[in-house]
Design a protein around this ligand. Sequence first.
Ligand code: UD1
Ligand code: UDP
Length: 437
Amino acid sequence: MKIAIVLGTRPEIIKMASIIDEILKKNLKMVLIHTGQHYDPEMSDNFFKDLELPFPDYNIEVGSSSHGKQTAKMMEGIEDILIKENPDILLVQGDTNAVLAGALVASKLHIPVGHVEAGLRSYDDSMPEEINRKAADVCSLLYFVPTEQAAINLAIEGISRDKIYITGNTVVDACFRNLKISQNRNISNNLSNLLKLDNIITLTMHRAENVDNKARLTEIINGLANLTDFNIVFPIHPRTLKTLENFDLLEKLDKLPHFHIINPVGYLDFLLLLSKSTLILTDSGGLQEEAITLNIPALTLRYNTERPETVGAGGNILVGSSKDKIIKFSEIILNNKDFRDKMQMAPNPYGTGDSAKKILDIILNKYNDNLLNIESPDEIMNGFKTKIVEINNNILVKDFEKDKNAKVRVIYNKSDLEFPQDDLNLNNKIVLFDLFD
Ligand code: UD1
Ligand code: UDP
């Protein structure tokens, strides 16, 4: 059994780390491929060191360029490596260009793709990440989804339920495994002084729709400039540093006494910073998940999110780039204890920190059952019709499917959708299913 992994950016390294640990623990063969999309030590190498990961077997060194050029270079490099290494499965994580490139190339080579953190949808096609995750989901054989909502997203797009596994998110593994380590080690002087400050906001920002748009960025900064009761610590993404400089906004920001701009920090330092924060202000995907995992209120600087579970649970509020909303909600969180407590107590929708183990067990079972294959059929394939029916008796999903020679897609329970897990009772529910000839 040989598992290949493609990754290319900071969050992919963090979220793949527990999977890599699990592969090594199980003594499986692994090929680690870095696309080189993130290349500064503080965006890449430092995470391999902090998380004690083996360095990649290959680095394609694509560097920064337009999406088309970058993805094309990745595809060329990944194809050569996959042909040489011939792995049994390729794992990709999330929604970056590495995920798009890896999933496309592997599926064309008939190498099964396992998409970790599949099924997320913002329903905003202006985001490159939305296109990447949808395209990767078309190319995948196994879908490791973090929540039931993500499973439903795939089910209503027509992905067969037996390819979808609700595993939680490996970001929880990363948080739990590393928070304790981070609390028991020396930290850099620069950060240790900042950690002594009161009312810390950890701020991160790198989304194109915020940082490449001068009007939006200015509005956000005007909001932040008003938050003088806080100390805003801002480990700055290289993309954001460049655009702030280009828009002549960096100097203004740097002069604010409650604003502390620092270089991106390693994962252990960053977890410590998060754990000492009153509030997280972010447009990052991973930060929305880490906030609810670490019980820290989050304000998300976006108009939509592919992580709606965090909002539904009460731990995250979307404030867009609105100056007024940034100020209003930051102040409520600081001054209204009941409001803050409620946000802190929001239940974590992303599992308990054992996602990597679940994912590896599923892959191994599939491998042992000889199901990690993409082969053309050698029998005439049956057609199917999609039907809908209301059920008025006690019957489990798996028994309904056996009785009818059908595959359930999704279940309607009054006004809610449910994912058809094997042992779910269908009584009083409406079932959308594919009926085979
Ligand atoms: C990428 C991902 C995004 C993810 C983010 C995580 C895509 C489409 N985008 O966005 O989904 O949330 O990573 O951080 O895959 N740069 C450096 N040094 C580096 C890397 C980048 O200076 O090591 C600068 C370059 O000027 C580059 C810019 O940052 O042009 C943007 O980098 P890029 O990798 O294209 O996109 P991110 O914004 O990092
Ligand atoms: N992170 C970090 N150091 C920093 C900023 C972020 O270790 O200075 C981590 C953070 O904990 C999270 C991940 O980077 O796990 C998020 O990365 P990013 O926001 O770049 O990407 P996204 O999650 O939006 O794809």
